[in-house]
Design a protein around this ligand. Structure first.
Ligand code: G3H
Ligand code: 13P
Ligand code: ZN
Length: 309
């Protein structure tokens, strides 16, 4: 089976009231861990690559890893560019075989965001590639660019219809209180479900995307801190909130930080517990297993997409 766009995947998720997991990949063990879980659960999958990941691993290596995942699993996989920040970057990814791209022009004015997104949509749609855009701005760190709380903003529901009609975009990321990274809330977690409800009312049957959707499980934070780490105060989005979002118009849920935490916790525990180990396979094997475990947990208990491949 070739790589697929996200069109059908997200339509099915909308109709079935579940969400597809979009997992960020950077290296072989992360890809293999995700694939192990998706195969066990027969789940549809979006593997997403940020511009930073392309720089780190090299575009060819990442593409080949995803091709291997496809060949090995036979599952429907969409290869998605996460947070593309320019038309040129999206075009380069499409030329490289990506079947879906995000153009994140949310830091521009509404009108500029429309113009840049529409340009990407024209190029992508001629090639059967789906496009995700963003309205509103999430707090947190992406690709070394830090968006502060003051710079972040909730999505204004009154803009979404015009944005989608003028751009022709296939899915829309909205800001309802999630943020990138492992430190999402200082006090009680709170998401603006009223904004999501209003967007769903104004854009019926249209797939919404939730970024910054890691749960930062306390047991992973403890494992890291208990093995020499220092990430006290890390907090994520409670799973019941994500399940609620997935049962609404949210069809794609982006998860990166939880994979990083799972991987790092396993590596730290392995190295601290086995000071004589120096073969990377000895500590990367448990890291790969930890990725599989967390992704499987998400598929079954959070996304609801087990058996939907
Ligand atoms: O939203 C950002 C993702 O977590 C990717 O992060 O740019 O550090 O690869 P990155
Ligand atoms: P997290 O940092 O919550 O995992 O979000 C990842 C993300 O939104 C990637 O685009
Ligand atoms: Zn994101």
């Amino acid at each position: 089976m070739p790589l697929v766009s996200s069109k059908e995947m997200l339509q099915k998720a909308y109709a079935g009231r579940y969400a597809v997991g979009a997992f960020n990949v950077n290296n072989m063990e992360v890809v293999q861990g995700i694939m192990d879980a998706a195969k066990k659960e027969n789940a549809p999958l979006i593997l997403q690559v940020s511009p930073g990941a392309r720089k780190y691993a090299g575009p060819i290596y990442l593409r080949k890893l995803v091709e291997a995942a496809l060949e090995d699993s036979g599952l429907p996989i969409c290869l998605h560019l996460d947070h593309g920040d320019s038309y040129e970057q999206c075009v380069a990814a499409i030329k490289d075989g990506f079947t879906s791209v995000m153009i994140d022009a949310s830091h521009h004015s509404f009108n500029e965001n429309v113009l840049i997104t529409a340009e990407v949509v024209r190029y992508a749609h001629e090639r059967g590639v789906t496009v995700e855009a963003e309205l509103g701005r999430l707090e947190g760190v992406e690709d070394d660019i830090k968006v502060t709380a003051a710079e972040s903003s909730y999505t204004d529901p009154s803009q979404v219809r015009e944005f989608v009609l003028r751009t022709g975009v296939d899915s829309l990321a909205i800001a309802i209180g999630t943020s990138h990274g492992a430190f999402k809330f200082k006090g009680e977690p709170k998401l603006r479900f009223d904004i999501l409800e209003e967007v769903e009312r104004l854009l019926p049957d249209f797939p919404i995307v939730l970024h910054g959707a890691s749960s930062v499980p306390p047991r992973m934070v403890s494992l890291i801190n208990g093995n020499g780490g220092a990430i006290a105060g890390a907090k994520g989005v409670p799973e019941d909130m994500l399940r609620k979002a997935a049962s609404m118009a949210v069809c794609k849920i982006n998860i990166d930080s939880d994979l990083r935490l799972a991987f790092t916790g396993a590596v730290r525990e392995s190295l601290v517990g086995n000071p004589s180990h120096f073969d990377p396979r000895q500590y990367l094997r448990p890291a790969r297993e930890a990725i599989s475990e967390i992704v499987r947990h998400k598929i079954i208990n959070v996304l609801g997409c087990s058996g939907k491949a």
